[in-house]
Design a protein around this ligand. Structure first.
Ligand code: G3P
Length: 230
């Protein structure tokens, strides 16, 4: 499962991109509205940092407006994926945009039947919001599993993207269910780094090594004599 970051913050993408684990990003109107500055520049900067798919969402409610905005968003970068909210107009816009070669991430998908329609309209990604399902006491793993199971036998190319990830367990569930992508907010990505045994183990290795200063001197010498990487 590929990992995207779910954010509108360039600084956050910069921080996590340095880990070498990100394949792309998703934004949405709420995330971009939290940030200062020009959203177009932010999207372009995120595209440049990741050189992978970066979803940017249309906000019009009618087909013509969605298509116009989608085409305009695609002028920002070849990496932009047009995010279109699920509805009848969204399906029509997805068909038009995808027929013109623009990749679409159909968002706000909460059921296997919606996912089937999104895939048939030509969406490259189908985004299911786990946290928001759990918020209304609907088991997100059931729904997501249903979406994966429903799309797979049809041979559709749409990738299932788990969104609205609220904690690391959502990520594990999405991977186990066979989602192609999970888009994860920065705070959850940072939580995924943590384990008390990792911290304790690192502390122990450092202390044991430092208890023998000659070992440190040996490693420093080895490093000094090693060729510098090109
Ligand atoms: O990208 C959309 C999404 O991940 C929203 O998450 O936490 O606002 O439900 P949340």
């Amino acid at each position: 499962m590929r990992i995207f970051i779910d954010t509108g913050s360039v600084a956050e993408v910069e921080e996590v991109a340095a880990w070498g684990v990100l394949a792309g990003a998703t934004t949405n109107p709420s995330l971009l509205a939290k940030e200062e500055g020009d959203p177009g520049q932010a999207i372009q900067r995120i595209c440049a940092l990741l050189a992978g798919p970066v979803s940017a969402e249309v906000v019009s409610a009618d087909v013509a407006g969605m298509v116009r905005e989608g085409r305009a968003l695609r002028t920002l970068s070849e990496h932009v994926v047009v995010k279109v909210p699920f509805c009848a107009a969204g399906l029509q816009a997805t068909r038009e945009l995808s027929a013109d070669g623009h990749p679409v991430n159909m968002t706000l998908v909460f059921s296997p039947t919606q996912a089937l329609l999104a895939a048939q309209a030509g969406a490259s990604y189908v985004s299911c919001f786990m946290g928001r399902l759990d918020d209304i006491s609907v088991d997100s793993s059931e729904v997501l599993g249903g979406i994966v199971a429903t799309l797979r036998p049809g041979g559709v190319t749409a990738q299932v993207l788990a969104a609205s990830i609220r904690h690391p367990e959502h990520v594990v569930v999405a991977a186990r269910l066979g989602c192609e992508v999970a888009t994860i907010p920065g705070p959850v990505l940072r939580q995924m780094l943590e384990h008390p045994l990792t911290a304790a183990g690192t502390e122990r290795f450092t202390a044991d090594w430092q208890s023998r200063p000659e070992l440190g001197a040996w490693l420093d010498g080895l490093v000094a004599g090693a060729p510098v990487a090109a």
